[in-house]
Design a protein around this ligand. Structure first.
Ligand SMILES: [Zn+2]
Length: 225
């Protein structure tokens, strides 16, 4: 295993639509291992292959909330619920900044594991947020395309890595609230065509989302979708 250099914005690979993996071979598995090591070393809670300069549809995620490590090839969100939950995110490819991003509260992700077997992951809360952030990377979308209140990292958020480790919990603590609220994000949900699907019990961590700001999200602005 090896720690790979993380490419940073505005490197063009971050804006490319990544290619599906056609064949899972030893070099793909080595890439996944290296991405995993790189994520933990950063430290981060997720990493997408374009962030190490490889335009392939591979992500690794570990929310570090007990839900474990996910290594997913050709991941897709096949169902999503409750768009508009606001939370703070950062990105290993955009050091020094964080922003507030509306996301779905729950997503169902499918893809292949390192052995080529299909897997399904029901994620909610923070874990769901990380999957949405990482899968966006595969389509050349960065969180700054969707974020409001983009700002330099404050001391308390300094550890906020990929997808904002300090994010939702910190915001919730500040607000003194732990619930999640639905913002006026109907357009985005309708566009995805999956807004109302039930995805069953999530594997996510604590429900620590900050209250939604109720504002209309800056959906996909400049996202290259
Ligand atoms: Zn990122």
């Amino acid at each position: 295993m090896a720690i790979l250099p993380i490419v940073t914005h505005p490197h063009p690979v971050l804006r490319k639509k990544a290619k599906p993996v056609q064949k899972i071979n030893a070099s793909i598995r080595k890439l996944i291992d290296d991405m995993t090591e790189t994520m933990y070393a950063a430290p981060g809670v997720g990493l997408a292959a374009p962030q190490v300069g490889v335009s392939k549809r591979i992500i690794v995620v570990d929310a570090q909330d007990g839900s474990g490590l996910f290594q997913v090839i050709n991941p897709e969100i096949v169902a999503a619920e409750d768009f508009g939950v606001m939370g703070t995110e950062g990105c290993l490819s955009i050091p020094g900044l964080v922003g507030d991003v509306p996301r779905y509260r729950k997503v169902r992700v499918t893809g292949l594991n390192r052995d080529g077997h299909r897997i399904w992951i029901d994620a909610e809360g923070w874990l769901a947020r990380i999957f949405q952030h990482e899968i966006d990377h595969l389509d050349g979308i960065l969180y700054i395309d969707k974020a409001t209140n983009i700002r330099e990292v404050k001391e308390e958020e300094e550890e906020a890595p990929e997808a904002g480790e300090a994010g939702e919990a910190t915001e919730a603590a500040k607000a003194g609230e732990t619930g999640e609220a639905r913002a006026a994000g109907g357009v985005e949900a309708a566009r995805a065509g999956a807004g109302a699907s039930r995805t069953g019990t999530g594997a996510g961590g604590p429900q620590t989302g900050a209250r939604g700001a109720g504002t209309s999200p800056e959906a996909e602005a400049g996202g290259g979708e």
